[in-house]
Design a protein around this ligand. Structure first.
Ligand code: PEP
Ligand code: MG
Length: 601
């Protein structure tokens, strides 16, 4: 083999998979340019309409299948495609080509789709890129029908051996058709943690690594592939030793998971008596149950974007209120922190008229979009106020860079609260309003923001991205995305101090808190509330119960003295080693006291 054996991507759905590769060159069928005679024109138009009708039916079936296998919210991804495939303007354009240019239905369809693809592709808008994936899916579906070819893919059933699908890009439709018995892993060149296909793979429990540059070139059909959906590592033709390691890792992780599960209901107190609150980050409804099962003390970050992405329409106030109540019911008497729509970057609803921007992550996104679109934002605020009756719901604002943004939201909340009261609609009189500290501006302004906020939560993902100027979704920069960078540590220290001086609580809800060593650092910096993805909770509980807060504090002060993230990790390792087997926290290996070091990673 010529290409690199080891490829690095972004782990988007955890789990280890080992199987022969099924390399999918998922392209379009070859459509020959074909013209028809005048007498055939109406027949071609009729064929087009029939194919579109069948495509709609197929998509509806797919939507129902997703509904069963994943959930109602994921199934809405197909709403946009169902609307798009029936778009009257597009179809009128295709029909015009058939009639005027006497093109066959498939030639005309291809031609029109290409026109649209060129238009969208050159716009550079993140939202249109997402729609291009939808366009690809429907184009393929309709053209295959017109050509009388099967739409059924080999991986959607009928495979008799297990495979790992390797593709350039995975559409949500394709992902959900995967036969889970046989497709035991996914590798794609495109895609990030937030892409629809990644969300679906996660919900379906298929280990997946995306953003693997050059995967199609490097992997040959039938070659053995080993992937780790947590670390994003893909190994082609692994050696016997690498396989043994992977097996050991799987086995240990499984054993560790079982043992950690048993400890989830124990109190989260350090050996020297500091009580911590560990909450769950919930992105999708499917994560509510694991959060409860893993002993989350409430939800520290309820992301609400999934209510919008891929959907053709914005969810109603009632729908949102129902969802918020549902989450709150899972955590009676514990807080649920609802983050308002964090739109932008690659997250825009299909029907939303997002502008083209050269730098979407520095652009019109998040709180900025919400404040500019009260018709979207106000119903969300009302939904929280209504769902908060008798429940501990809180509102949190993303990407704050200015004090007046918080004041504006306060004014909107007061107006909506008054309107609900005047209309006699049951709603909470007041809901705590917090701010995400995830931009350097917010860190610098933390004392002023504390004066207008009820709480802070530090989003270390964006804070790291914006401080270190490292795109958080870029696999090539993954090793530069270091949350232990001294610049981040100093910001954490100063935000904690500002919150303390302002008399408000501060938590951490970025991924940093789910890394056990970093968690020790955070505890040492004085943070007592951490919110992490539910699967990370059991190990974090073990860390809290094993490492004294005094040790963490000492390590944190030493970490603040060194110059590099690597040195910070060394300081943390040295501090933790006497209290906890590092193999456990670094690799999910053996539990303390059990035999055999973990050799992998
Ligand atoms: C963060 O930025 O750290 C965060 C928690 O928010 P998100 O990952 O949704 O941007
Ligand atoms: Mg963020």
């Amino acid at each position: 083999m010529t290409a690199a054996r080891r490829l690095q991507g972004v782990g988007v759905s955890p789990g280890v998979g080992f199987a022969p590769a099924m390399v999918v060159h998922w392209g379009f069928p070859d459509v020959a340019d074909r013209t028809v005679i005048e007498g055939e024109i109406e027949g071609e138009v009729a064929r087009l309409r029939a194919a579109v009708g069948e495509a709609v039916e197929g998509l509806e079936q797919l939507r129902d299948r997703v509904l069963q296998r994943a959930g109602v919210e994921e199934s809405r991804i197909f709403e946009a495609q169902i609307l798009m495939v029936q778009d009257p303007d597009f179809l009128a354009g295709v029909e015009a080509l058939i009639r005027k240019n006497q093109l066959s239905a498939e030639t005309a369809y291809e031609f029109k789709a290409l026109e649209l693809r060129n238009l969208w592709g050159s716009s550079g808008s993140a939202q249109l890129r997402e729609r291009l994936t939808d366009l690809t899916a429907i184009q393929r579906r309709v053209v295959l029908k017109l050509m009388g070819a099967s739409e059924r893919e080999p991986w959607s059933g009928g495979l008799d051996e297990q495979v790992i699908v390797v593709a350039h890009e995975l559409s949500p439709g394709l992902t959900v058709q995967l036969d889970r018995e046989h497709v035991i892993g996914l590798v794609s060149e495109e895609g990030t943690r937030t892409s629809h296909a990644a969300i679906l793979a996660h919900s379906l429990g298929i280990p997946a690594v995306m953003g693997v540059a050059g995967a199609l070139h490097a992997v040959e059909d039938g070659q053995m592939v080993l992937l780790d959906g947590r670390t994003g590592v893909v190994i082609i033709d692994p050696s016997r030793a690498e396989l043994e390691e992977a097996k050991t890792r799987l086995h240990r992780r499984h054993r560790l998971d079982l043992q950690l599960e048993a400890g989830v209901s124990a109190p989260t107190v350090t050996p020297d008596g500091r009580r911590l609150s560990l909450r769950g980050n919930v992105d999708l409804p499917e994560e509510i149950e694991p959060a409860v099962r893993h002993g989350a003390e409430g939800v520290g970050l309820l992301r609400t974007e999934f209510l919008l992405t891929g959907r053709a329409v914005v969810p109603t106030e009632n729908e949102q209120a129902d969802y918020f109540r549902r989450v709150a019911q899972a955590f009676p008497s514990q807080p649920v922190v609802i983050r308002t729509f964090d739109l932008g970057g690659d997250k825009f609803p299909a029907a939303f008229d997002a502008p083209h921007e050269a730098n979407p992550f520095l652009g019109w996104r998040s709180i900025r979009v919400c404040l500019d679109h009260p018709e979207i934002f106000r119903p969300q605020l009302r939904a929280v106020l209504r769902a908060a009756v008798g429940r501990d719901l809180r509102i949190m604002l993303p990407l704050i860079t200015r004090v007046d943004e918080v004041l504006e939201v306060r004014a909107l909340l007061a107006e909506e609260g008054a309107a609900l009261a005047a209309a006699g609609v049951p709603a909470a009189a007041k809901v705590p309003l917090g701010v995400m500290i995830e931009t350097p501006a917010a860190v610098v302004l933390a004392d002023r923001l504390a004066a207008v906020s009820d709480f802070f939560s530090i989003g270390t993902n964006d804070l790291t991205q914006y401080t270190l100027v490292v795109d958080r979704g870029n696999a090539r920069l993954a090793d530069r995305f270091t949350t232990e960078h001294p610049a981040i540590l100093r910001q954490l220290r100063s935000v904690r101090a500002a919150a303390q001086d302002g008399g408000i609580p501060v938590s951490i809800c970025g991924e940093m808190a789910s890394d056990p060593l970093s968690a020790v650092l955070l505890i040492g910096l004085g943070f007592v509330e951490l919110s992490v993805a539910p699967p990370s909770l059991p190990l974090l509980k073990l860390v809290v119960r094993s490492v004294p807060a005094s040790v963490a504090e000492e390590a944190a002060s030493r970490a603040l003295e060194v110059d590099t993230a690597l040195e910070v990790r060394d300081v943390l390792r040295a501090a933790v080693r006497p209290h906890l087997d590092l193999a456990v926290i670094e690799a999910g290996g053996a539990l303390p006291g059990s035999k055999g070091p973990a050799t992998f990673r």
